[in-house]
Design a protein around this ligand. Structure first.
Ligand code: ZN
Length: 491
């Protein structure tokens, strides 16, 4: 059974074979660092962390490059607004992104190159493209610009399936009458006064956006890479232009597999400034937390749109709480230390376990089908609850099932960067969110539960049942266990 990846370029699922045996070169376009990133930017960071982890599980040695765009119009505009340098803006938002990345507990990338560290490489690379007749120089009032000549590269449009002759109108934002073709794009732009600039053979200026990824992947990974990833919005023009630059430069196929993650929607609306529904990853993590963001992203297939409506978020919190509630119960069961062996596992649960390793592998090997992985997790959850969430003493059977359940969820969860939180503490966090949503708080629930315990101790069963019903109506389940009474928010 081998890994299959949906290749955007061929629009089919293809069997994955690396360029060099045992090694994978992975490049993902990282953020332009001029502000806190919106929540959608984290989809790629979370998803490609899984891609890297899974490739490693399959035995590959992965080099994962994720760049920071630290030279850009947006950074310059921001620095002008805030009256600080572009470097300060870039430094600040790289640090903020890295803080979010760490709070999501994602593994570091192999390399995080920045444009400013590769300026000489970029200038050499552009000179090569001019020499190879893939680029040309235009004089402007400010100096000289360099443009890529799309007509010089015969496969232009092969990723996005666009025909070069349909691109005659071009974008109005960047009209330069001297361009050879409307789709020609800037490799080097002459600097306006006061803008950050670097000395080049074409005068003072700075690189265009697309060239940086071609140059950084060339410098750090070589002319050919196995997987290039990014958001679906980057297919055109960014990735199309990367191909033209890289293949024009090396004469070799740049990327073997193109992978693109889809976008988010907010109650069936796209996120946009004009709708005023921009949400940053930071604000999401602060209001909810990183684990919830990860499960929001990974419980959907990476190529489908995710709805980030409040209802959807709360539904996901509810399911996450079910898992942590089971992990917490499993921990309590295991803490009794009763002896058990594999033979104590009931037949049905054993059957589930036997098929699960291959089901998990098949799901991820099928173009990272994470919803299928969650379906498997849910089966574990259901079977665990059916066997372990029953009143009565802890048995060797419960011990064996709790052990197998915890191992599976934690081990497989680790590959997805999920389910690694302390179950008891994290369940309280989730329950507090669910209580808040129902307009309740922990102390009033605790108070009613204490009253009920007192009634039971006084053998006032009528009152105890009444309080249980009252709690049930509030959405709280009360469980009398051998080690005492516990309560949980119904999920
Ligand atoms: Zn890029």
């Amino acid at each position: 059974m081998s890994l299959k990846i949906y290749n955007t370029q061929t629009r089919t699922k293809e069997e994955f074979t690396p360029l060099n045996e045992g090694q994978v070169k992975l490049y993902v376009c990282g953020p332009t660092v001029y502000d806190f990133l919106h929540v959608g930017n984290f989809r790629g960071a979370i998803f490609f962390n899984l891609v890297r982890n899974w490739l490693e599980v399959l035995g590959y040695n992965v080099t994962y490059v994720y760049n920071y765009t630290d030279v850009d119009d947006k950074i310059i505009n921001r620095s002008n607004q805030e009256k600080v340098t572009s470097e300060e803006i870039a430094e600040k938002y790289i640090a903020e992104f890295e803080k979010d990345y760490q709070s999501l507990k994602l593994r570091p990338h192999s390399k995080n190159p920045r444009v400013t560290e590769h300026m000489d490489d970029i200038i050499h690379y552009i000179s090569d493209l001019i020499e190879k007749k893939h680029a040309y120089v235009i004089s402007t009032d400010l100096g000289s610009d360099v443009y890529y000549d799309v007509k010089s590269y015969k496969d232009y449009g092969k990723l996005s399936n666009k025909n070069i002759d349909d691109m005659l109108t071009g974008s109005r934002a960047e009209v330069n009458q001297d361009k050879h073709h409307a789709a020609d794009f800037a490799l080097w732009k002459s600097a306006k006064p006061g803008e950050p600039s670097w000395t080049s053979p074409w005068g003072k200026g700075r690189p265009g956006w697309h060239i940086e990824c071609s140059v950084m992947s060339h410098c750090l990974l070589g002319d050919q890479i196995d997987i290039h990833g990014g958001g679906l919005d980057l297919v055109f023009p960014h990735h199309e232009n990367e191909i033209a630059q890289s293949e024009g430069h090396s004469g070799k196929t740049f990327v073997k597999y193109w992978m693109h993650n889809n976008m988010l929607e907010f109650g069936n609306q796209k996120m946009s400034k004009s709708l005023g529904n921009i949400r940053t990853g930071r604000s999401f993590i602060e209001e909810f937390n990183g684990e919830i963001l990860k499960i929001m992203m990974l419980s959907h297939h990476y190529r489908s749109i995710i709805d980030f409506s409040e209802d959807q978020i709360h539904r996901v919190i509810g399911s996450l709480a079910k898992f942590y509630s089971a992990l917490n119960l499993a921990e309590q069961i295991l803490s009794t230390g009763i002896e058990f062996s594999q033979t104590d596992i009931p037949k049905k649960f054993k059957q589930l376990m036997e098929g699960s390793e291959s089901r998990f592998q098949e799901a991820l090997n099928d173009d990272f089908n994470t919803p299928e992985v969650f379906a498997l997790f849910y089966e574990y959850l259901k079977s665990f609850n059916a066997l372990c969430a029953l009143p009565g003493k802890v048995s060797a059977q419960k011990m064996a099932v709790a052990d197998a359940f915890t191992r599976f969820i934690k081990e497989k969860g680790k590959i997805m960067a999920l389910f690694q939180e302390n179950a008891y503490e994290y369940l309280r966090v989730l329950d507090d969110m669910l209580l808040k949503k129902s307009g309740l708080n922990r102390s009033e629930v605790d108070q009613l539960v204490s009253q009920r315990i007192e009634a039971r101790n006084n053998k006032n069963f009528e009152e105890s049942d009444r309080l249980r019903d009252q709690l049930n109506e509030m959405g709280i389940s009360v469980m009398d266990r051998p080690d005492g009474t516990v309560w949980e928010v119904q999920k």
